[in-house]
Design a protein around this ligand. Structure first.
Ligand code: TPP
Ligand code: MG
Length: 429
């Protein structure tokens, strides 16, 4: 893994996919609008407002790097040990949790569609871990790992997947609809693009609180995650326009995994370089290697900082890859084995582990201890989910009707669905 230096990367190389892409697309004629702080000054560190938990860390240009407490790295590490281990742990949690989801799905413990995130962990960890609790994240149906990175406990995410009452939505949301107001997770969304206006609304409310209601302490930022396929959807364009027009504190994070179910991004999109749509709306557009957690982190810091300082939105295209099929029901027979092998060799977790070891940020046994800890967390999550009760039948009608009287609740005040005849369709409702 290269040391993170801030740069606008247009195309990854050497990369067979990028070669295909560059032969299909004209070279960029416009330069992306640079971030105000795109050239880190020696000794500069990111400023953090009093309301944030953004950690100030040395940038790659900082020669007075804080060294690992135990070792002197051969080259300056642009990340401190504690943050590196936090990112590593979060990525391992995402991977391990999802591998367990696959097992549980095939054992019949989960219902409906389940879309896994394996391979894309660097994006979730690098963007979400630095956020404050009061910041918001809006996800898609590929939402479990975003929920974990935002701090929703693994046992609550697993219980939600099992449809149990102890899940973060009391078993009512399931895989595609993770939500936790407490953790600022404003939802997974099954319809593509549906979350983007919700994210724009959340960002608008932060700005409104600060500038209209005079809440000076409100510096909240919203991250909207979505895929490459979603960028051809109208809501994406409408929200880019509004966000730029009103300088909303939002970052649009495109997880370009090159596929929308079985549709190749290159076949579906007139100009596959998604980042270019940012400058078209007057906001910075950045392409970053989404398999390199340090590069994503650097771009994330800039974009989040920009939003927090009130300087407006950023569009970030993270080039990443999903290691599994579109969902667990997809046999994944369409994608070229060479393409899969190319990205498998760039596994972001393995690459970051190598980086940590090479830069003496931790020892092999310390990383093993983290992996063991995460195994235990995931095991415990499964036991908790399995042992939890299902939601009561009366919950079926919650959140369906504003006033369920006359629909689900009879004149006696009891839920009709508690009547065994209800499911047989013979209850007198
Ligand atoms: C409005 C809408 N249209 C179509 C679909 C069907 N659909 C489900 S996933 C998907 C592809 C989305 O691809 P992408 O945005 O790249 O996300 P990824 O699955 O790669 O993470 C489509 C078209 C949908 N869910 N919602
Ligand atoms: Mg995609």
């Amino acid at each position: 893994m290269a040391a993170a230096s801030f740069s606008f990367v247009h195309l990854l190389s050497p990369n067979p996919i990028a070669t295909v892409r560059s032969s299909l697309t004209k070279p960029p004629t416009t330069s992306p609008i640079p971030f105000p702080q795109s050239k880190p000054k020696p000794g500069a560190s990111l400023s953090s407002s009093p309301n944030t938990t953004v950690r100030a860390v040395a940038t790659s240009g900082n020669k007075k790097q804080t060294k690992s407490p135990r070792n002197v790295p051969s080259s300056p590490a642009p990340i401190e040990r504690a943050e590196a281990l936090d990112l590593y742990e979060d990525m391992v949690l995402g991977r391990c949790f999802e591998d367990m989801c696959a097992q549980m799905y095939y054992r019949g413990k989960m219902f409906g569609f389940v879309h896994l995130y394996n391979g894309q962990e660097a994006v979730s960890s690098a963007f979400i871990r630095p956020l404050a609790r009061s910041d918001s994240v809006v996800s898609t149906y590929r939402d479990h790992v975003h929920a974990l990175s935002k701090g929703v406990p693994a046992r609550e995410v697993m219980a939600e997947l099992f449809g149990k009452s102890t899940g973060c939505c009391r078993g009512q949301g399931g895989s595609m609809h993770m939500f936790s107001a407490e953790h600022g997770l404003l939802g997974g969304f099954a319809f593509i693009g549906e979350g983007i206006p919700v994210a724009a609304g959340a960002a608008f409310s932060s700005k409104y609180r600060r500038e209209v209601l005079g809440d000076e302490s409100c510096r909240d930022v919203t991250l909207a995650f979505f895929g490459d396929g979603t960028c051809n959807n109208g809501q994406f364009f409408e929200c880019l326009n509004m966000a730029a027009l009103w300088k909303l504190p939002i970052v649009f994070v495109v997880e370009n995994n090159l596929w929308a179910i079985g549709m190749s991004h290159l076949r579906a999109t007139s100009d596959p370089e998604i980042w270019k749509k940012g400058p078209a709306f007057g906001m910075p557009g950045v392409h970053v290697d989404g398999m390199d957690v340090l590069k994503v982190r650097e771009v994330a810091q800039e974009a989040i900082g920009r939003a927090r300082r009130g300087e407006g939105p950023t569009l970030v295209e993270c080039e990443t890859y999903r290691f599994r099929g579109h969902s667990l029901a997809d046999p994944d027979e369409l994608r070229n084995p060479d393409e899969k092998a190319h990205y498998a060799a760039r596994d972001p977790i393995k690459a970051f582990k190598k980086y940590i070891l090479e830069n003496n940020l931790a020892t092999e046994s310390e990383l093993k201890a983290i992996e063991k800890k995460i195994d235990d967390v995931v095991e415990e999550a499964v036991e908790f989910a399995d042992a939890s009760p299902p939601p009561p039948r009366s919950q079926l009608l919650e959140n369906v009707f504003a006033d369920p009287k006359g629909f689900g609740i009879g004149p006696d005040g009891k839920y009709r669905c508690e009547d065994p005849k209800f499911t047989q369709g013979t209850a007198q409702v």
